[in-house]
Design a protein around this ligand. Sequence first.
Ligand SMILES: *[C@@H]1O[C@H](CO)[C@@H](O)[C@H](O)[C@H]1NC(C)=O
Ligand SMILES: *[C@@H]1O[C@H](CO)[C@@H](O)[C@H](O)[C@H]1NC(C)=O
Length: 259
Amino acid sequence: MILISLQVLLLLFINILSADLSNMSNSPTALIVGYTGSVGRELVKELVKSNLFKKVILVGRRQVHYDDDEITNKTEQRQIDFEKIDDYAESFQGADVHFCALGTTRGKSGAEGFRHIDYDYVVNFGRIAKQNGCKHFHLVSSKGANANSFFLYTKTKGESEQALQQMAFERLSIYRPAMLMGERDESRPLEAVAVSIVKHTVQRVAPEWITTPTDILARAMCFNTFVSGKSGNEILENHEIFRLAETKPAAKPLHTNEL
Ligand SMILES: *[C@@H]1O[C@H](CO)[C@@H](O)[C@H](O)[C@H]1NC(C)=O
Ligand SMILES: *[C@@H]1O[C@H](CO)[C@@H](O)[C@H](O)[C@H]1NC(C)=O
């Protein structure tokens, strides 16, 4: 008797699980800002190919053409002007999970330009995401982020983290990758040489020591969305990013509140 009911329960459970897996209308919709950067590009690929999201909305300055039909079909692009982000509030609607992969460097944008993007844009995006019912906000920050830092880069990253933490998202995941290693970065020749040296030495021997491949980071962000039972703010250092990237989700709950 007990055995039979156990069996029935088990069957029921398996049914629910498989229904959940095959039913795309239960899957969350993602929104990415910063999809043209080295992390953003990997994120678009990862979120689409994982098949864990119903749709991926890309909000940004420029329209991108994808050669991959699967990516073209599953993404929706919305053009905005970050300087007047409040005029585009409706462009941020319709998503459950928001990914912020915005970021520049002082070398590319100057000190003020860097702060304007890595703080102002990031914080404005967080605020608008929150207003539009964001259930889970993902922020790409940096190793060593610290609002009290003496260095502009880590100080700015730390201040952005703090501002977002104060917004009280249902769930906020902050990633602190080490030196980012992409497939094809538009870096200057000298940097390219340095990156290439690191790639063929340190990264082989101790991958987690000072580097984070952008595809690993993207996978970790994707999978982390489906880690259940978590809420509030979390900070993920490099080793946790590597661990997360290995844990492909079995099912896909996005019900942090119901657990
Ligand atoms: C998928 O889920 C939605 C919402 O929960 C439900 O209305 C729909 O009937 C389901 N479709 C299938 C094929 O299970
Ligand atoms: C993309 O959409 C087009 C038109 O609906 C369809 O013909 C094609 O098979 C789709 N490709 C993929 C890879 O989903």
